[in-house]
Design a protein around this ligand. Structure first.
Ligand code: AMP
Ligand code: ZN
Length: 114
């Protein structure tokens, strides 16, 4: 989708620190990390957010979670635990309207979120 920053990262038009990619999804370092490890996992396909998922996208989300779990293992934060987050809409704190899964870890995270 034109003018979508994450579509541009997926196409390679905008650079990112890509940590994993396959035909359907991409993972890259968050530009403004909120924890020692902060990675975003996105589908290459433009989907606005988790609320906009169609039935055919359900497998996509499974792949995104599996990729995040693998990255957590590979980057050594899995044993201590981590957080997977989908922000949805304005009250959810969603700033980029292209579906993305946050992988946060590497420190004790607070709860509830602010
Ligand atoms: P959200 O608030 O859930 O929409 O999260 C959007 C995330 O995208 C934020 O954590 C931003 O720091 C991150 N972000 C925005 N632009 C970029 C970019 N060009 N490269 C990497 N991360 C980005
Ligand atoms: Zn997009």
């Amino acid at each position: 989708m034109a003018n979508c920053i994450f579509c541009k990262i997926a196409s390679g038009e905008t650079p990112a620190n890509v940590l994993y990619e396959d035909d359907a999804i991409l993972a890259f370092a968050d530009i403004n990390p909120q924890s020692p490890e902060h990675i975003l996992v996105i589908p290459r396909k433009h989907v606005e957010n988790a609320a906009a998922l169609s039935a055919e996208d359900v497998n996509l989300v499974g792949s995104m979670v599996a990729a995040a779990n693998k990255l957590a293992e590979d980057r050594g934060i899995a044993a201590d635990g981590y957080r997977l987050v989908f922000n949805v809409g304005r009250h959810g704190g969603q700033a980029v309207d292209h579906l993305h899964l946050h992988l946060l870890g590497g420190r004790q995270l607070g709860w509830p979120p602010g």
